[in-house]
Write a protein of this length. Structure first.
Length: 175
């Protein structure tokens, strides 16, 4: 059994999030049982960083994973406790039958062995296909985690859906 995991990376800030959110919506509309998180960024203007929320797939709730550190702050704005709350919610939903796991980002927490890393492993062990957003900063850690077996797919809803459909076709083909 090969590892059923794809990753995608887009150039613009927040573009990977948009692609994965649209993919999750399309798959849900097609009747697939999605699980995971899609990130929704709210623009707060030129002088403030965006607010980061994740939608627990398939249909919510939304969880704010960023924290306001003030206008002069330069540190990471991720709220670790909010992220772990989202992880717990996804873990609970994984038990209800899932066709695909979508994770908005393999980030610093995942690179360090936390965050959604264990859920990704559980899905792969259960032969649930996984699609993950990755940024260049964490690509090497992601490739180590997947032992180089993850498939890169361009940040395009049609191409990601086609990758997933291709898995279905290969898994249903006679041996």
């Amino acid at each position: 059994m090969t590892m059923q995991i794809a990753y995608t990376m887009a150039q613009g800030r927040g573009d990977t999030d948009l692609v994965l959110a649209r993919l999750a919506d399309r798959l849900k509309a097609a009747g697939m049982r999605t699980c995971g998180v899609a990130q929704i960024n709210t623009d707060c203007g030129e002088t403030h960083p965006c607010d980061m929320d994740v939608r627990i797939l398939p249909d919510g709730p939304m969880i704010r994973i960023s924290q306001s550190l003030g206008p002069l702050a330069k540190g990471c704005r991720l709220d670790p406790s909010a992220l772990e709350h989202a992880v717990a919610m996804v873990e609970t939903r994984m038990t209800g039958g899932v066709d695909v796991l979508i994770i908005n980002k393999f980030g610093k927490h995942e690179a360090e062995g936390r965050g959604f890393r264990s859920i990704i492993s559980e899905a792969l062990s259960a032969s649930i296909p996984v699609i993950v957003g990755v940024n260049p900063l964490n690509l090497a850690a992601f490739q180590r985690f997947t032992e180089g077996l993850a498939v890169p797919v361009a940040a395009d809803v049609d191409l990601l859906a086609a990758w997933l459909s291709g898995l279905d076709a290969r898994n249903s083909a006679p041996a």
